[in-house]
Write a protein that binds this ligand. Structure first.
Ligand SMILES: Cc1cc2nc3c(=O)[nH]c(=O)nc-3n(C[C@H](O)[C@H](O)[C@H](O)COP(=O)(O)OP(=O)(O)OC[C@H]3O[C@@H](n4cnc5c(N)ncnc54)[C@H](O)[C@@H]3O)c2cc1C
Length: 383
């Protein structure tokens, strides 16, 4: 039996996320993009409302929801502001979920709890200047020294790093073996001496999100901060984190695309040319019909991946397919919506311009579209 509709609990959550996004996020989105800065008041409000703990158990201070609820929240936030979406996503899917999945009980109490109850924000430091798609090319090291590890290296593009409290950082603990076996993950408090977060990297889109390079210079952490308490599992942890993260990025993509369609409909019902509204032209109607069909397909693929993860089933290929599809749809749809608004679509004042810029990153981070094709083709028994 397959049911493509949301049950009443998820419908209520969706309504609640939508209301918050419309009333609290949307009014700030344009200004945050212009200022290239996330509104700290909004961040605090989201923390207090429990948005940063949606899929985590109540025993760890979370909201006790599921991945599907988190996906619904991601779509609603990203519909009005993709920067809010990614801030939520990196904290939830990449940082806190990885601690939930791989942390020891003590680590969950100490590090997951404050992330799940919203009192702290997390980030995820995997990418390095020389290691992007090829994660195994990482050079950051963590050397054991008594009952401490000393971390040295540089991470780049670490989302949330400007204000995050908890840094989940990947480093080589054994350089004599390939990174698949020699990488480990560490929980690092922002205030640890030796951490330098650079200024935010100027960007095309999601400009309100915080994103910077982070330099680790002789950063000493207690051995108990080794995630899971075992060396050599970091690569696997990172790959699992990204598998889950891609569901969030797929939802972000669906949100951006749906938000752009909503804006285009509103505008085209009012704008009159040749004595008729733009919405009354069949070209406009057919374009919107095509776009909405693709967004619905991407949404269903995203829900499939989320539900598979909730059920404890294999979801990595579903997640890669959903991200590949949804990110391409987000780019096609936002470009199409700019066209439907004509010159005003190109103007900074109208939201679709920002959405088109924001959409591009969904094809790049948490694995590029090319990497998604590697994951999907790798599952197809082609060799
Ligand atoms: C705004 C933003 C936020 C980010 N947030 C985070 C974060 O929070 N934490 C984090 O760790 N990282 C983060 N990243 C990093 C992001 O995940 C990487 O940029 C991404 O994985 C691609 O790596 P790269 O930029 O080094 O590109 P490269 O790996 O150098 O790729 C360049 C191009 O070559 C293609 N390519 C590479 N290898 C192959 C291949 N084998 N076959 C075919 N094509 C290939 C790629 O698909 C891409 O098109 C972020 C990046 C950005 C821009």
């Amino acid at each position: 039996m397959i049911d493509f509709t949301l049950d009443s609990v998820h419908q209520e959550l969706q309504d609640m996320y939508r209301k918050f996004a419309e009333e609290r996020v949307k009014p700030l989105a344009h200004e945050m993009d212009e200022k290239e800065e996330f509104d700290r008041g909004l961040l605090k409000e989201m923390q207090e409302c429990g948005f940063f703990g949606i899929p985590f158990g109540e025993e760890y201070g979370g909201a006790g929801g599921d991945v599907l609820s988190y996906v619904l929240c991601m779509e609603e936030m990203s519909k009005v502001d993709a920067s809010t979406g990614i801030t939520l996503s990196v904290h939830t899917s990449l940082c806190a979920s990885t601690i939930e999945e791989f942390g020891t009980e003590e680590q969950k109490q100490k590090w997951l709890r404050p992330l799940a109850d919203g009192s702290k924000i997390g980030c995820f430091g995997l990418t390095e200047p020389g290691a992007g798609s090829d994660v195994a090319g990482a050079r950051t090291v963590a050397v054991k020294d008594g009952d401490e590890y000393v971390i040295n290296g540089e991470k780049i593009f670490t989302t949330n790093s400007g204000f995050a409290d908890t840094f989940l950082v990947f480093a080589l603990t054994d350089k004599s073996v390939p990174a698949h076996k020699g990488m480990s993950a560490f929980l690092v408090d922002r205030n640890t001496p030796g951490i330098t977060v650079t200024a935010d990297i100027p960007r095309m889109g999601i400009r309100a999100a915080s994103n910077a390079a982070v330099v680790y210079e002789d950063v000493r952490v207690p051995a108990e901060n080794l995630l899971g308490g075992v060396e050599g599992k970091g690569f696997k942890m990172a790959m699992k984190a990204l598998d889950g993260g891609r569901i969030g990025i797929a939802a972000q993509s669906v949100g951006i695309a749906q938000g752009a369609i909503n804006e285009a409909i509103k505008y085209d019902k009012e704008r009159v040319q040749f004595g008729k509204t733009i919405a009354s032209f069949q070209n406009t109607q057919f374009k919107l019909a095509e776009m909405q069909t693709k967004v619905d397909a991407a949404r269903l693929m995203t829900w499939r991946a989320a539900v598979a993860k909730d059920k404890g089933e294999a979801y990595n290929v579903y997640a890669a397919m959903a991200k590949l599809m949804a990110s391409e749809v987000a780019n096609e749809v936002t470009r199409g919506c700019v066209q439907l608004l004509g010159g005003y679509g190109y103007a900074r004042e109208y939201t679709v311009e920002r959405m088109m810029r924001d959409a591009k990153i969904t094809e790049i981070y948490e694995g590029t579209s090319e990497v998604m094709k590697m994951v999907v083709s790798g599952s197809m028994n082609l060799k």
